[in-house]
Design a protein around this ligand. Structure first.
Ligand code: BYC
Length: 491
């Protein structure tokens, strides 16, 4: 009998609150997977040096989960990344929990996999699991150009936690799916982001994260897709998945904080440098770049890119896969239990944006088929707050420029708008006209060269690269000029 606790058991090789000590079969399976995970981490995790020490040997001021209670679950301390205590952590069980939606609404939540839904559930878990190591792979080179020790530490924190999120999904696969679950767990370590022969499963996770502006946009937008998808899976009638996702969401919040404040600090550095040097025109690119900051139109182009790539992660606006997963009680809506309806979507409709006779219009479709559109709409709303805060820095510096989210049909590869040529403001063009203006919409080769030259590693505590402002405060009770990543005394 598996027992769950609020406090994490650190006496075993794999920290956990799922009673691993009493489940020999599962423990063996996970202990067998562990060295392969470590090989993957050393092979595909953060690469580069701080002074002459490889990142993997440096002491990093990381937080580790010690409890799954809402507050006070994290402990901070210096850890070498390969020694991070990746573990299996589930949020506390809710007594008497029932399936909150779909055909089985009101039945006791499942503690084992319902046979009829095994394949569907496994697919959802594998897709979720695949994104976690993918993001570590995408970000592995960024330490080499970290703008400060504070940022380097945040990057590594995000990386180890994405590693832990992989553990979370691997636990579900190995504990609940037997042999094919174990095979899927191995496959998760074999696919590689961007590899033409064995790519990661979803589009955006095969794109590069070549620089820190992309990293912050990724953690703002793409990690927020993670939040929305995890929120939807946290509603699941399959209780272990729900509890796993609920705890992952606690970690995810920090990743989005890194993105929101990271972009904000870049915008602030630019706006203040322009103000201090009397530059009003945001398109005076050469003069602005000469100040060692990133011009606002380039920030907008990166925003356009990462926002549109992330929208594709919601799948087709109308989807029978999503309808089936909802009907089965496996994947719900954002804040499902707070929604006031039948939670079965028997007769309801939902307005989906479509291109009709050359114009974007809202078309009512059966709500059950529009779940991806709805989650995407919730995501777009969730994105607005950060953009508003970024714009405040620009306003405060007296510059006339506004960052904005592009139209949902802009630059899409999946769903309703794939194959259309839509501008960020929502104008529908033909392919040629769109391509002629591409430089306005998306980062260019020149942008890439400029950013590559701009980004150099900064390793003096409390110092920040010219293109990013210092944060308001440090992390884990420490000041901004704390040595967040340090070379071990023996090195
Ligand atoms: N790329 O009915 P459709 C995160 C496939 S991020 C490639 O349109 P569905 C994180 C789809 O698989 C959150 N293929 O869509 C963030 C299907 O293929 P099959 C990750 C795509 O199934 C930052 C076909 O097209 N979690 O955690 O309703 C750092 C038709 O599918 C794409 C999840 O996504 C794409 N973009 O929805 C670290 C949750 N989109 O089966 C981590 C689990 C669709 O016909 N996944 N396809 O061969 C799901 O809920 C759904 O699978 C999706 C797609 C939302 C992804």
């Amino acid at each position: 009998m598996t027992t769950f606790a609020d406090t994490v058991d650190y006496s075993t090789l794999i920290p956990n609150n799922v009673g691993l000590a009493d489940d020999q079969k599962l423990r063996r399976a996970l202990e067998k997977w562990y060295p392969k995970y470590l090989d993957w981490w050393m092979d595909m995790g953060p690469t580069g040096f701080i002074h002459e020490t490889p990142f993997q040997e440096a002491d990093v001021w990381l937080r580790t989960a010690v409890s799954v209670e809402r507050d006070g679950w994290a402990k901070f301390g210096y850890v070498k990344m390969p020694e991070y205590r990746w573990g299996i952590l589930l949020a506390p069980a809710e007594e008497g929990r029932t399936v909150p939606f779909g055909e089985h609404k009101g039945e006791p939540a499942w503690q084992e996999v319902p046979g009829a839904y095994r394949a569907m559930l496994r697919r959802l878990i594998v897709i979720q699991g695949d994104t976690e190591p993918a993001s570590v792979e995408q970000q592995r080179h960024l330490g080499k150009t970290a703008p400060s020790l504070y940022d380097m530490r945040n990057l590594f924190q995000v990386n180890v936690e994405e590693g832990r999120h992989l553990w979370a999904m691997v636990y579900l696969l190995q504990r609940y799916f037997g042999r094919d679950g174990r095979e899927e767990a191995e496959e998760l370590l074999r696919r590689r982001s961007g590899d033409p022969d064995r790519p990661r499963m979803l589009g955006a996770f095969n794109e590069e994260t070549p620089d820190w502006l992309s990293f912050f946009m990724f953690t703002y937008f793409t990690d927020r897709d993670g939040k929305m998808q995890l929120e939807a899976l946290a509603q699941s009638g399959f209780d272990p998945l729900s509890r796993t996702c609920r705890f992952m969401l606690a970690e995810e919040a920090h990743h989005m904080f890194v993105g929101a404040t990271g972009v904000g600090r870049i915008v602030k550095a630019t706006a203040e440098a322009m103000r201090d040097h009397g530059i009003d025109d945001p398109y005076d690119t050469e003069r602005i770049r000469a100040l060692g900051v990133i011009d606002l139109p380039l920030i907008q182009r990166k925003l356009n890119l990462h926002f549109s790539l992330t929208l594709d992660l919601f799948g087709s606006e109308e989807s029978t896969n999503a309808a089936n997963a909802f009907h089965a009680g496996l994947k719900g809506r954002f804040h499902e239990t707070a929604i006031d309806d039948d939670h079965q979507l028997v007769d309801s409709t939902y307005p989906v944006t479509k291109l009709v006779d050359g114009e974007f219009r809202q078309v009512e479709v059966p709500a059950l088929n529009a779940l991806n559109a709805r989650l995407r709409d919730d995501f777009v709303e969730d994105c607005r707050g950060g953009v508003r805060r970024w714009n405040r820095y620009i306003e405060d510096a007296g510059i006339e420029f506004e960052l904005s989210l592009p139209h949902v049909a802009f630059h899409r590869q999946i769903g309703e708008f794939a194959g259309l040529w839509v501008t960020p403001s929502g104008e529908v063009l033909d392919e040629q006209a769109w391509n002629a203006r591409r430089r306005e919409f998306l980062p260019t080769d020149d942008d890439r060269v400029f950013i590559e030259e701009l980004m150099q590693q900064v390793t003096t505590p409390g110092e920040f690269a010219s293109w990013i402002a210092a944060p308001q405060k440090g992390i884990g009770q420490m000041p901004v000029d704390f040595e967040y990543v340090r070379i071990p005394a023996t090195a």
